[in-house]
Write a protein that binds this ligand. Structure first.
Ligand code: HEM
Length: 235
C-alpha cells in the first residue's frame, strides 16, 4: 500500500494527464480513423422513448455533479485553486459529492436489471461492438449493449468506492490516520480511472454514435437507431 501511495503521490499529474488528454487523443484518433457509427441515424426523427424522466433526471444530476467534482478534485490533487479559496472549492466538492451519491444510487438501482449479462453479449465482445471497423455491425444487444453493461458495472464499483472513501475523508477525525490515508489513495485512484472512463463514455454517447446524445436530454431515439444499436429490442 505504501509503495502504491508513493507512486500515486509522485505521479498524480501524469496520471491525470493520461486520464484526460490521453483518452481525448484516443477519441479523436478513433473519430478520424474509424469515424462515427451510422451517421444517418443523427438526421432521423427521434420518436421512440428510450429513457424515462427518472432515468434522465438521475443521469443529468450524476453527469453535472461528476464534472464539477472532477474539476474541483483535480484542482485539489494538483494544488491549483483556479483563483478561488480552498474553502469555496471544498464546499462545492462536498455539495456535489452528496448530489452525485444520491443520483448514482438512483441510476444504479433503476438500471441494474437491464445490465445483467446475457449469453449473446459474448457476440458483441467478439466484434467489439463493431467499434474497430468502418463497416456497420449489428452486434446483438438488448436495452444496453455489452460495452455499456461493462461501463455500468465499472462505474458502479468506482462510484461506490469514491463515495465511501469521500465520506471517510469528509470526517477524518472519526477514523484512524492509516484508514484516512488509504481512503485518500483509493479516492484519488478510483476518481482518475472514472474520469478516463467517463470521457470515453461521453465520446461514445455523442460524436461516435450520432442520434444518441439526445437520449440524456429528451429520452428519445429514432426507430432505425434501435434496429442498428439494440437489435434484440426490435425483434
Ligand atoms: C460527462 C458527460 C456524459 C455524457 C455526454 C453522457 C452521455 C450518455 C448518453 C448519451 C447515454 C445514453 C446511451 C444510450 O442510451 O445508449 C448515457 C447513459 C449512461 N450514462 Fe452517461 N454521460 C455522461 C456522464 C456520465 C457519468 C458521469 C456517469 C456515471 C459516473 C454516466 C453513466 C451512465 C450510465 C451507467 C449509462 C447507461 C449505460 C450506458 O449507456 O453506458 N454518464 N450517458
Amino acid at each position: 500500500m505504501i509503495g502504491l501511495n508513493n507512486f500515486y503521490i509522485s505521479n498524480t499529474g501524469l496520471l491525470i494527464l493520461i486520464a484526460t488528454v490521453g483518452v481525448l487523443i484516443i477519441a479523436v484518433a478513433h473519430y478520424l480513423i474509424i469515424g462515427p457509427h451510422g451517421k444517418r441515424l443523427g438526421e432521423l426523427e427521434p420518436e421512440i422513448q428510450r429513457l424515462n424522466y427518472l432515468e434522465i433526471l438521475a443521469h443529468f444530476i450524476r453527469m453535472v455533479s461528476f464534472v464539477l467534482l472532477a474539476i474541483t478534485g483535480v484542482a485539489f490533487a494538483l494544488y491549483k485553486n483556479m483563483g478561488f479559496s480552498y474553502q469555496f472549492l471544498l464546499h462545492i466538492h462536498l455539495f456535489f459529492g452528496v448530489l452525485f451519491a444520491l443520483a448514482s444510487l438512483v441510476s444504479i438501482v433503476v438500471w441494474i436489471k437491464d445490465n445483467t449479462f446475457k449469453s449473446y453479449d459474448w457476440e458483441w465482445f467478439k466484434v467489439m461492438g463493431g467499434y474497430l471497423s468502418k463497416n456497420e455491425t449489428h452486434a446483438p444487444a438488448g436495452r444496453f449493449n455489452a460495452g455499456q453493461k461493462l461501463f455500468y458495472w465499472c462505474s458502479t464499483i468506482l462510484s461506490i468506492l469514491i463515495i465511501y472513501t469521500g465520506y471517510i475523508l469528509a470526517y477524518p477525525a472519526q477514523s484512524a490516520i492509516s484508514k484516512v490515508l488509504s481512503a485518500a489513495l483509493i479516492h484519488g485512484i478510483s476518481a482518475v480511472i472514472l474520469i478516463a472512463m467517463v470521457i470515453g463514455h461521453a465520446y461514445l454517447g455523442s460524436l461516435a454514435n450520432p442520434g444518441t446524445f439526445g437520449v440524456i436530454i429528451h429520452g428519445r431515439v429514432a426507430k432505425e437507431w434501435v434496429k442498428v444499436h439494440h437489435p434484440k429490442l426490435s425483434d
